[in-house]
Design a protein around this ligand. Sequence first.
Ligand SMILES: [Zn+2]
Ligand SMILES: [Zn+2]
Length: 155
Amino acid sequence: MPSVGEASARQLAGRCLCGSVRYAVADAFDYCLNCHCGNCRRTTGSAFKPFAGIARDALRLLEGEDQLLVFGEPDGHDAHCAKCGSLLFSVVRDGAFVHVALGTLQDDPTIRPTAHIFVGSKAPWFTIADDLPQYEGHVTAHDPASAQPRAGRAP
Ligand SMILES: [Zn+2]
Ligand SMILES: [Zn+2]
């Protein structure tokens, strides 16, 4: 299939729990991972965070931009709904990318998680029961062979 530009890509709808914040994102994610780092566990309250990464300008807020609770810096933060607290997405990589929290999508994205990352920080009470590759630390989906535990901020 020929590659489709993000501008013409199918759009996926997403929203927070209370519906105050709604967004659309192109169904053209560059990578999709399950992150087990402590930050992702705490911000979601879950065993891990499934997320998918895409250029920041591929995500558009349709409603509730003034309802966003931003935790972090302008170019690196988690964006929650200020009313219900849902984590919608994170702005990462110096503001160039967003990591969409997959649980807030209403539509089914084409991409699927390809690996578990930061498994070195995994909750001891959770057992990974699939066959996806596991990485102690960070990995980029483009080059899994270069996986290395990495110091610094988790995605
Ligand atoms: Zn909300
Ligand atoms: Zn993480």
